[in-house]
Design a protein around this ligand. Structure first.
Ligand code: PLP
Length: 278
């Protein structure tokens, strides 16, 4: 007899709610996006939808109409009536009895949540401390997949050490990115960040940071750096959709420059803000 046990309750496996059989739960078999709004306007919706489409294709989840996803995002945003909202959504391959090999006719599961975007004013003003952690992730970090255990473990370790973000270090000793953010260093009038390879997520915020830096007449160096390089930078910052740009003032316990958010990072925050207002 096929059975399932949910908590302490035993039921026939056939009567189990499909939500328990989501391949997203069994395998992290799905992809997601996070976008936000500023002052009642969705920011970079098309960029996020494009990345989502790319992630879906990369894991062979087919038959998703991106215009349907766009409509759902807009409908939820309209209904929530949140000026500064954080919108999360994912699609998993579908629900079925656990089997690594998927059936071709599964119906993908869609989930969206919307809530107020975090207020990052204090972090922007004071800066944050970050700690390094080995990058234990798989080799396709360019896909925004639901497999986030390595990111979660790194971030929790940083939290336990009093840091606000974990900066991931690959096997060659180079910084890839944050556990949930892109990572940047400022050297003079140039900003340096890892190049877009399959080892990092093509961050949407990164695109706008590079645009803001160009607008400021800064040089862009897309080249990985070591933790030692980072410690000697003039300024450091992370970038992520929910908080845009956050200055990093301490790296593995070492204060960066005078230990305060630097002028270039502040100028980039202002430059980024210009993209978010009509
Ligand atoms: N890198 C990782 C691993 C992330 O999880 C995220 C965002 O969650 C980012 C970078 C930043 O990406 P985005 O700017 O698109 O939010």
């Amino acid at each position: 007899m096929d059975l399932a046990m949910v908590g302490d309750r035993i039921i026939p496996l056939d009567s189990l709610d499909p939500v328990y059989l989501d391949r997203g739960v069994f395998f992290g078999d799905g992809v997601y996006e996070v976008l936000r709004s500023y002052g009642g306007r969705l920011f970079a919706l098309e960029e996020h939808l494009k990345r989502f489409e790319r992630s879906l294709a990369a894991v062979y989840i087919t038959g998703i109409d991106i215009s349907t996803i766009r409509d759902r995002v807009m409908r939820a945003f309209e209904q929530a009536q949140l000026a500064d909202a954080k919108i999360y959504f994912h699609i998993t391959r579908g629900s079925d009895r656990r089997n690594h090999v998927w059936k071709p006719d599964l119906t993908p599961n869609f989930l969206l949540t919307i809530s107020p975007a975090p207020d990052s004013t204090a972090e922007k003003a004071a800066g944050i401390a970050v700690c390094t952690h080995p990058d234990w992730r798989w080799k396709r970090c360019d896909i925004k997949s639901l497999n986030l255990l390595a990111n979660v473990l790194a971030r929790q370790d940083a939290e336990n050490r009093g840091c606000s973000e974990a900066i991931l270090i690959d096997e060659a000793g180079m910084i890839t990115e944050g556990s949930s953010s892109a990572f940047f260093a400022v050297f003079g009038r140039s900003i340096r960040t890892a190049p877009l390879t399959s080892n990092i997520l093509p961050s949407i915020t990164r695109q706008f940071v590079l645009k803001a830096a160009t607008n400021l007449g800064m040089g862009l160096i897309e080249q990985s750096l070591t933790p030692q390089d980072a410690k000697t930078a003039d300024e450091l910052f992370i970038a992520v959709t929910t908080k845009d740009i956050i200055p990093v003032v301490k790296f593995d316990g070492k204060p960066i420059a005078d230990g305060k958010p630097g002028p270039i990072t502040k100028a980039l925050i202002d430059g980024f803000r210009k993209f978010t207002i009509p």
